[in-house]
Design a protein around this ligand. Structure first.
Ligand code: ATP
Length: 342
């Protein structure tokens, strides 16, 4: 059943990306100066979840490394490393220069100094989920160091801009933007079909089944590949020769539940408090959420930050918002209402 399980994993970077030629070319052209040993501009990559932002960024930087000897790349998930310290530390760690850094006592400036002194090859830093940084000044830190090129990945550029100070906004506004939209069903079908070809034995899934998965994916390649992986895994465990329609029916729900759990596990402690307030009291408006949240935590973040948390959880299908911006209320997403595989 399964020929190569790696191909079906969420973080897999394929040898060929489908339907993103323009975006790949755009991002490659931003990084092009590096091939001549010159500094490159910052790139901002935005789009909804599962539209290939991480995949395209990694694909382009991998290709760059194939072409040029003197270039390194490093990847930081800023949701996981949401403080300035952790992001800087992660980059230095990748560069192999953290040996004598003490997590508790080393000041930020020293970490920035180390980056400045880094005399290795030019390095492309992918800052994924950059809108999740508690202190986005780390973008500024990196922006001012010519030996580093930055790719900032976020869902919405407004969310990124609303969190950074004016001097950085004007710099980021003049950066190159690569925008990704949700995939059409045909595009998702092609992405799935390539994964099935490399990841599964021949004839274990029909074209019609792949189209139905593409439809249930609703523009999100992460979900679509997740459904394919879940279905193939179950068919394999149960010793079927083919993926049956019954297996497919459950796979969409299981894949959604897995993705939801992963998103929940990614929430920072403050985001989790906000999520729990909506779970207990939703539908609830932002002011009440902020009031309750401020009572629950010792060092509450600003209302604006809480709004970005709510928006992020909406992007990741954990919360849904109803109403206009004035009377907006948030509630948990009703997973049972998501469209099943037809
Ligand atoms: N154009 C494409 N061709 C082939 N595979 C793709 C393409 N776009 C996305 N994928 C695959 O879909 C999955 C999700 O993509 P990716 O993680 O890049 O999405 P994302 O936009 O970064 O989502 P998120 O905001 O949730 O992190 C990955 O397994 C990726 O390899």
């Amino acid at each position: 059943m399964i020929r190569d399980a790696r191909v079906l994993r969420a973080g897999f970077v394929p040898r060929e990306v489908e339907h993103r030629d323009a975006e790949v070319n755009h991002l490659s052209s931003v990084l092009e100066p590096i091939t001549n040993g010159e500094p490159a501009d910052t790139a901002i990559v935005t789009g909804p979840s599962g539209t290939g932002k991480t995949c395209i960024s990694q694909f382009v930087t991998e290709r760059l490394r194939e072409e040029v000897l003197d270039v390194e790349t490093t990847y930081v998930n800023c949701w996981r490393n949401y403080t300035r310290f952790r992001t800087l530390y992660q980059i230095l760690d990748d560069l192999g220069t953290t040996i004598d850094i003490h997590r508790q006592s080393t000041p930020h400036d020293e970490l920035v100094d180390r980056l400045q002194q880094h005399d290795g090859p030019r390095t492309v830093v992918i800052l994924d989920e950059v809108d999740q940084l508690e202190d986005p000044s780390v973008i500024y830190d990196l922006h001012s160091l010519p030996q580093f090129a930055i790719i900032c990945i976020a869902n919405k550029e407004e969310e990124l801009f609303s969190r950074v100070d004016d001097r950085l906004v004007s710099r980021l506004r003049s950066s190159e933007h690569v925008r990704m939209d949700k995939y059409h069903d045909e595009q998702l079908y092609d992405i799935l079909s390539a994964r099935a070809k490399w990841g599964l034995d021949e004839d274990v899934i029909t074209d019609d089944q792949l189209y139905r998965i593409a439809d249930a994916g609703a523009g999100d390649a992460r979900l679509a590949i997740g459904i394919l992986r879940t279905a193939a895994g179950k068919a394999d465990r149960e010793n079927h020769e083919r993926i049956t329609d019954d297996i497919l029916l459950d796979a969409a729900e299981d894949a959604r539940a897995q993705i939801k759990q992963k998103s929940l596990d990614s929430l920072t402690p403050h985001q989790r408090v906000v999520y729990d307030i909506v779970r207990e009291h939703g539908p609830v408006g932002p002011s009440e959420i902020h009031e309750r949240y401020s009572e629950d935590v010792d060092d509450p973040r600003t209302k604006r930050t809480i709004r970005t948390y709510l928006s992020k959880m909406e992007q990741y299908n954990l919360l849904e918002a109803e109403g206009t911006s004035r009377d907006r209320e948030y509630a948990l997403v009703d997973s049972a209402a998501a469209s099943p595989i037809q």
